[in-house]
Design a binder for this molecule. Sequence first.
Ligand SMILES: Nc1ncnc2c1ncn2[C@@H]1O[C@H](COP(=O)(O)OP(=O)(O)O)[C@@H](O)[C@H]1O
Ligand SMILES: [Mg+2]
Length: 247
Amino acid sequence: MVVLSKEERALEVRNLSFSYPEGPPILDGLSFTIKKGETVIFLGPTGAGKSTLCLTLNGVLKASGEIRIFDELLNRKTAKKIRQRVGLVFQNPNDQLFLPTVKDELFFGPLNLGWSPEVIAQRMKSVIKKLNLEGFEERLINKLSLGEKKKVALASVLILEPDILILDEPAAGLDFGSKKNLMAYIKVLPLTKLIASHDLELAWELAEKVIILDKGKIISAGSREEILLNEKLLKAHCLDLPLSAKV
Ligand SMILES: Nc1ncnc2c1ncn2[C@@H]1O[C@H](COP(=O)(O)OP(=O)(O)O)[C@@H](O)[C@H]1O
Ligand SMILES: [Mg+2]
């Protein structure tokens, strides 16, 4: 195992456990480290605990164990600051977006942080350009397609310029074209990325490292090839080889 120095670590998780009230363990003693700039996919079947993990990592859900973001321990005192550095994009954009227009949504977070409208307008322009959302500023959110809503949700997180981006099932529910587009945007974002997904194609396209999660435990971790070409391992956890790896 390669041991990373303090400066190389973006995220370090030690013995993370979580249960919903009165329920069984959903995350069961997870430990892992993510390197700065790396893209890591948490892959696992439905119910594995992926979404729950995403919610614990930026402090939305309070888990036991240790989470360090750039060597700062996540706790009640640091949560607000850390949440600013760790952007979370929910699987369902309707859980994230709650204001009438795209512009309202993009202004909301930065205004709350006390940024000036001029600075926000400038950043909005750049994020909107990056995601090909030009002309969408005044559009009503509830009239957008799922793919467009997903892009707006991503934009509302990116505008805050996080250092770590957590994406929960970024491609779920998208048609082929929208998925390809969104994956292309995600791929070139120069951030540390943690992506929860059960989508093998997406993992093959985006991952540098893959961690298999099942029943709240890490089953296996390795490079994209080590994990995604291991048919026996994937089948044991209700997954299959990515189509593109089969040909
Ligand atoms: N709010 C909740 N209350 C109780 N149980 C939940 C809640 N959210 C998820 N669960 C349960 O936690 C387990 C893991 O769910 P989840 O983290 O959504 O997994 P995944 O994203 O991998 O599909 C599932 O068994 C699910 O039913
Ligand atoms: Mg999920």
